[in-house]
Design a protein around this ligand. Sequence first.
Ligand SMILES: Cc1cc2nc3c(=O)[nH]c(=O)nc-3n(C[C@H](O)[C@H](O)[C@H](O)COP(=O)(O)O)c2cc1C
Length: 381
Amino acid sequence: MTAICDIYDLQELARKRVPRMFYQYADSGSWTQSTYRANEEDFQKIKLRQRVAVDITDRSLDTEIIGQQAKMPIALAPVGLTGMQHPDGEIKAARAAEQAGVPYTLSTMSICSIEEVAKHTSKPFWFQLYVMRDRDFIRRLIDRAKDAGCSALMLTLDLQILGQRHNDVRNGLSAPPKFTINAMMQVLSKPRWCLSMLSTRNHTFGNIVGHAKGVGDLSSLSSWTAEQFDPRLDWKDIDWIREHWGGPLIIKGILDVEDAKMAAKVGADAIVVSNHGGRQLDGADSSINALPAIVDAVGKDIEIHFDGGIRSGQDVLKALCIGAKTAYLGRAYVYGLGAGGQAGVTKALDIIRSELDTTMALCGERLVGNLGRHNLLHPPA
Ligand SMILES: Cc1cc2nc3c(=O)[nH]c(=O)nc-3n(C[C@H](O)[C@H](O)[C@H](O)COP(=O)(O)O)c2cc1C
């Protein structure tokens, strides 16, 4: 490939470089993938208002996210198994985010542990929490995030049970890959990936293996999830989690106005309007369709963040215009990581920054804080 122009170029490179089970782990939605597709497609239906003869010098993307300075209204979303896209993928992504001046969120289901990421970065990152049945483990996990200096806790509420992604079943997804013929064929067909993986000892779930009782080895994500993720989790649990954490709390996985109101009531600092990238409830609304009603209902009470289907700076701008304070990159940075490690994540962030800045200028705006529904051709009522 000669030039990398957009996120789809990075996706294509990642597809070539990363073993199928891990590439498709990212590039999949649940069941028919209708929500996964809608997340991207619904952005295309939103049209921008072009303005001319406006002074657009001295533009700035600087912003604050939950009171923390950021160089643009972007954050990296929590993504499990990032360290299987590229060796030490979580560390590489966190470093790229640090350089770009945006927050990085480490997943509970990461390959590199909280401590490993903290050791190799110099600015605080955010930690994403899944609630497991073993509450002692959860308390210890929160303590570990505190000890590592994490500056926000993101509690994900939309994965108490795992939505099935058919590709993961077909590919026999596991970390590290099992010694089956199918898995070995997938891995050996990417010799460059295999060799690079020899450079690290981080090959399985670093936050869990050796920390959760009775978990010395964790290979099957789906069976472990079925056993450990807590289906009893409800709004009452947020209280003790918030108290035990004691810092900024972001609630992720909100797609419904009533849930948004609950999240505002339990005292979260922000919510992420999200359907988990179309990986959970297939048939749910796209995130961008769900956003306007949530902004209208609770936008004055709580900071609203957004994810789902962001593949360009234009998508980011559209979410901001509707009322999100920041947008998270999920697959957009994961493809960068698979394509080129830390440099690939930096490339993804550069692409998004430049697309966002140019689009903002062509809409006649100089500051991200000034973007609003007036920049859309047919704004939601
Ligand atoms: C491969 C993959 C793994 C993910 N793992 C997690 C996770 O561990 N925790 C979490 O809260 N969300 C997880 N998500 C959801 C993302 O945080 C985010 O909501 C989603 O990727 C946004 O959609 P997008 O990828 O289309 O931008 C994952 C998403 C992907 C694609």
